[in-house]
Write a protein that binds this ligand. Sequence first.
Ligand SMILES: NC(=O)c1ccc[n+]([C@@H]2O[C@H](COP(=O)([O-])OP(=O)(O)OC[C@H]3O[C@@H](n4cnc5c(N)ncnc54)[C@H](O)[C@@H]3O)[C@@H](O)[C@H]2O)c1
Length: 485
Amino acid sequence: MQSNRRTFIKSLSAASAVIATEAVAKPFGAPAYIPNLMKISPNDKIRFATIGMGIQGNYDTQAALRNPDVELVAVADLYNGRLEHAKTAYGKDKELFTTRDHREILARPDIDAVLVVTPDHWHDHITIAALKAGKHVYCEKPMVQHLNEGKAVIDAWKKSGKTMQVGSQRISSASFKEAKRLVEAGEIGQINYIESNNDRFNAIGAWQYSIPPDASTQTLDWDRFLGDAPKRPFDEKRFFRWRNYKDYGTGVAGDLFIHLITGVHFVTNTMGPTRIYSSGNLAYWKDGRDVPDIMACIMDYPKTDQHEAFQMVLRVNFANAGKINDVTRIIGNEGQIEFSENNLIMTKKKLPTAPGYGGYDSFFTFTEPVQQEFVKRYDSLYPLDTRKADPVKEVRFEAPKNDDAHAKHFGDFFDNVRKGSQGTVEDPVFGFRAAAPVLACNESFFEQKVVHWDPVTMTQKNPAASTPSTKKKPVASAKTSTKKS
Ligand SMILES: NC(=O)c1ccc[n+]([C@@H]2O[C@H](COP(=O)([O-])OP(=O)(O)OC[C@H]3O[C@@H](n4cnc5c(N)ncnc54)[C@H](O)[C@@H]3O)[C@@H](O)[C@H]2O)c1
């Protein structure tokens, strides 16, 4: 982490200490961490706050609330309209504390957990501050924006003793659980290749989200939005369509590849790839964005004690005006698992031992006597029972109609909070191992290079001195205003 970023965090910390109440024992000053002394009794409600109440913030909040004995008590967001909307959506029958400043939430001793659902460039800052302040954290994917930010979050999590879940909720679905069971049982043999494409051809799908007509520096906190990104004049498109800019988002890799990689890591117990290469282009959505709308990526996963070496190939095309046929397949040497919506289809296919002869083969080019000798030898080598392939079998798994992966992902988080455990299904070590390959895709694209990654130590072997995707930007002053909306 470079010093300007440290300074940024420090400046937040200093300002926050002013806001913090006595009861919170200076969550941002020394000692750096509030120890995990409190276990929540099974009868107590977990009181949580959502930081970033945009599209996913609402979906996350609703999924969290589908669990028993949890309560939303506060919301932080930078746009007044979203704070007002939150009050009507979640605060009809109670007082809902709202603020533009997430530090006011971290300073409240009555809040047990926070959901970090901001744009990607804020994930690490808020997560680390929240852990230091003694909060349990559910952080949206990708856990961090750049490769060199993951370890600080892991470190903060370990020191805090708090529970943390990263939010690629699909791994909590029944179909991913079933895929894991099938792979672990060896049903498709050794995995050798995984592929997935996720194409779109519509404006909203390509992240041209609606912009409210009242967007202005009066109704939203532009300076705070910028955070550690370069300072620039107000631009409503950057605020409401931040995914299109590499200063705040992580492009198609961080938005879409991440879900598949998380699923693959969950199913295969892998730690990650060693070599990552991507290429892409901005082909269609030339609306000022500086990230590609077409990207393909190849990753090499090395052999481990959990799996053989396999290759993963991922693609997104936001300009696919042809037939869109999205598919995700895990291919082994005895079959494949294909995901379809929330279900999966496993096809089992095992080759016979005998290789066969004839057809498009060299056999017919031999002389008659050589052919006869060949057949004699073949018959002695391959008895009849080695010549038959097992019939191709198709097994379909349909997830229960009410399978609610999103609520279950939160359920796992809350269960661990109650137990005082750090053992969530997507803890920050898992979360960073899944995020790293997608962040490497971006670095590969912007730097036009192969990224070499050590998935065990979670270290980049060829870090860029200064690349567009990892370069630390000049520090934008974080406003310390505590103005409520
Ligand atoms: N798990 C999933 O399936 C899934 C789906 C969509 C989005 N996401 C993730 O959720 C996050 C949010 O995405 P979104 O689509 O909801 O974006 P969004 O733009 O709709 O909402 C982001 C909100 O965060 C607020 N915000 C920005 N900086 C803030 C700060 N410092 N403090 C408080 N609030 C701040 C903004 O005002 C905005 O309302 C992203 O990280 C994204 O990758 C995950």
